[in-house]
Write a protein of this length. Structure first.
Length: 636
């Protein structure tokens, strides 16, 4: 008998119970949220009308070490149909509030969330800046031709294999389960954490060895030009060990995050960029051909490029070890599950199965883009354009969502549906505030930006402008992408692995269909590069719509009127700012040309002019978000 759970010996599902629409019951899952909008964005909260049919999963939280009584069992209608497509009955779930020594409000502290978010945002900004510099150096060193495609395809292999076999499981399943164990186990889930990490590390080692052995087969599936295929095979053999270190890094960051340590994981990528920039500097000073091709690149250059890239990923993971020890976590090898953990291991398998399906679908899309891109010498252009598209999301939104995830999970686990919807709305509004102006800016400034970043060495100004054109054409997918990532976090917080997989199937089907159609209609590398980026962004729009519909069926009214209002207001301000920036860019490039001087002048002047107009219009519209952000800046 487990004294902490009042006799519940099952750590998976709890005793059947029902929640009422107004009951004060509080289960738990992934991330938590106070009505953040009330403090951070005053006037944006629409209020909640009770409870809608929804599904919350999880066992009863352990009793609070003697603090406070258990709450009564109540009932909630459960949407138990496939993927949440409508209620079909009621399922029992027991909920007991966990009053630990730290009050619940501390978990949902708005100031704490913002502090974590700011810390990660600063680290993300530095990481993206150094990442930009790294990418610019890499483009200058290897270009966008056959050598660039061979390296980028080979460097994409470890990402593909890792995501296909373990990455999605680690990132989407590990954190909710660790939070679940931390909430309920007497040892704060340490033994369970050690067991999951031990099993995952062993699996990573096996997968890495098999992937390296299969490097020739993997390269041959994507690259068909003989010399380019040989180069891609050698680079893949050197780069595929990244799989192991990617996995270690994901696990270490999961443990740090559930222990409220966010900074080290955010800063670790900076170290990777520094190692990579050092590698490229060494590559530059090595003796080699003036014109780089798969047949002229030297063995030493290949070894430096491959080994240096892998060392950067290894450093990014291993630098987290001291910070793990500072949080009090100690590694201990554990492989055998304790009797009461059998149900949890089954849950891991069930969730992992759906996440595996999600990742398989993703890799189908990645494979199609890689094959079409390499065949038309457009894959490197797509890679750099996609990198730039992801950068604003990584700097401005990832930090917020990472800090929001633990709150969201705990709110879902406690059954606080109102808090889940509040967090969804807050994340959507802040994402719109950050990314809609960036979208407008990329549409206008994309070509001049990429000339400044990439138009050097082996990459001509024409090639650099192509990257910017592809970026500008796909910028419309930036906010929908952030919205999809937020929606998937809500489903995973409720430990629902099925619905995200269905959403991803819609996205991948859209992307693959669009890419294949475009590959039939167009043949030049310019048109194919733009087709690859726009097809990807179109899939994000489809995913955002599908996610909204499925969340509404699961949670009921999402109160997205405030989100639509924010998008409309910031959209109007962004369009007017972009119009001003466009006029400035046309004037600068017309007078100074589109090379480096003209592009740099147009970029700086256009960005400043557009920002001034954007800020004035947003302030004139009296957007509460803008007023609040301005207040934060004044307080410093």
């Amino acid at each position: 008998m487990n004294s902490r759970t009042g006799g519940d010996t099952n750590d998976g599902w709890s005793t059947p119970a029902l929640y009422s629409s107004r009951g004060a019951v509080q289960p738990r899952t992934f991330t938590e949220a106070d009505p953040l909008a009330n403090w951070m964005l005053p006037g944006l909260d629409d209020g909640a009308d009770g409870w809608s049919p929804t599904t919350y999963v999880g066992g009863a939280p352990r009793r609070a070490r003697g603090d406070g009584p258990e709450l009564p069992q109540e009932a909630i209608p459960l949407d138990d149909s496939p993927a949440g497509f409508g209620p079909e009955g009621t399922v029992a779930v027991e909920a007991a509030e966990r009053n630990r020594s730290a009050p619940a409000s501390a978990d949902r502290s708005t100031s704490g969330l913002l502090a974590h978010s700011r810390t990660m945002a600063v680290a993300s900004l530095i990481s993206r800046i150094t990442g930009f510099l790294r990418s610019s150096m890499l483009a200058a060193a290897i270009g966008t031709g056959l050598v660039g495609d061979a390296y980028n395809v080979a460097n994409n292999f470890p990402n593909m294999v890792y995501e296909l076999l373990l990455g999605g499981v680690l990132s989407s399943v590990l954190i909710p389960l660790l939070v679940h164990a931390q909430e309920r186990d007497e040892d704060d889930g340490v033994a369970y954490m050690q067991r999951l990490l031990s099993l995952a590390t062993a699996a990573l080692g096996v997968v890495t060895v098999l992937a390296v052995a299969a490097a020739p087969l993997i390269a041959g599936a994507f690259v068909h030009v003989p010399q380019q295929r040989s180069l891609a095979t050698v680079l893949a053999s050197l780069l595929l060990p990244e799989i192991f270190f990617y996995g270690l890094g994901a696990m270490f960051m999961a443990v740090l995050n559930i222990r409220n340590s966010y900074g080290p994981g955010a800063w670790s990528s900076v170290l990777n960029n520094v190692v990579m920039m050092t590698t490229i500097a060494v590559f530059w000073v090595l003796p080699g051909p003036k014109v780089l091709t798969p047949g002229t690149i030297t063995t030493t250059q290949v070894l430096v490029l491959g080994i240096g890239t892998t060392l950067g990923i290894a450093a990014q993971a291993l630098v987290l070890v001291p910070y793990l020890r500072r949080t009090g976590f100690r590694w201990r090898w554990r492989f055998r599950a304790r009797p009461h953990e059998v149900g949890r291991m089954r849950e891991v398998a069930a969730l992992a199965g759906w996440v595996f399906g999600y990742v398989v679908a993703s890799q189908v899309g990645v494979t199609v883009i890689a094959k079409v891109g390499v065949a038309h010498q457009a894959f490197t252009v797509f890679t750099f354009a996609d990198l730039l598209l992801q950068m604003p999301y990584g700097i401005l939104v990832v930090s917020l969502l990472t800090a929001l995830m633990p709150r969201l999970s705990r709110a879902a686990a406690r059954g606080h549906q109102g808090d889940v919807i509040d967090d969804l709305n807050l994340g959507a509004r802040l994402s719109a505030l950050a990314l809609v102006p960036v979208t407008a800016g990329l549409v206008v400034l994309g070509p001049v930006l990429t000339v400044v970043l990439f138009g050097y060495g082996q990459t001509s100004v024409t090639d650099a402008r192509l990257i910017g054109t592809a970026l500008a054409a796909s910028a419309f997918g930036l906010f929908p992408f952030a919205l999809v990532m937020l929606q998937l976090r809500v489903f995973y917080a409720m430990r629902d692995g099925r619905t995200p997989t269905l959403i991803n199937l819609f996205m991948v089907a859209t992307k693959v269909a669009a890419v294949l159609i475009c590959s039939r209609l167009f043949s030049g590398s310019h048109d194919i590069a733009i087709a690859l980026t726009t097809s990807t962004s179109a899939s994000y729009v489809v995913g955002a719509v599908a996610g909204h519909v499925l969340l509404a069926r699961r949670l009921g009214r999402l109160r997205f009127r405030s989100v639509a209002r924010t998008v409309g207001q910031i959209g109007l301000a962004s369009v007017l700012g972009a119009a001003a920036a466009f006029a400035i860019v046309r004037g600068c490039t017309g007078a100074l040309g589109t090379a480096h001087v003209g592009s740099m002048t147009a970029l700086v002047a256009g960005a400043l002019g557009g920002l001034v107009v954007l800020a004035l219009v947003a302030w004139r519209l009296r957007m509460p978000e803008v007023a609040h952000v301005s207040g934060l800046l004044r307080r410093g």
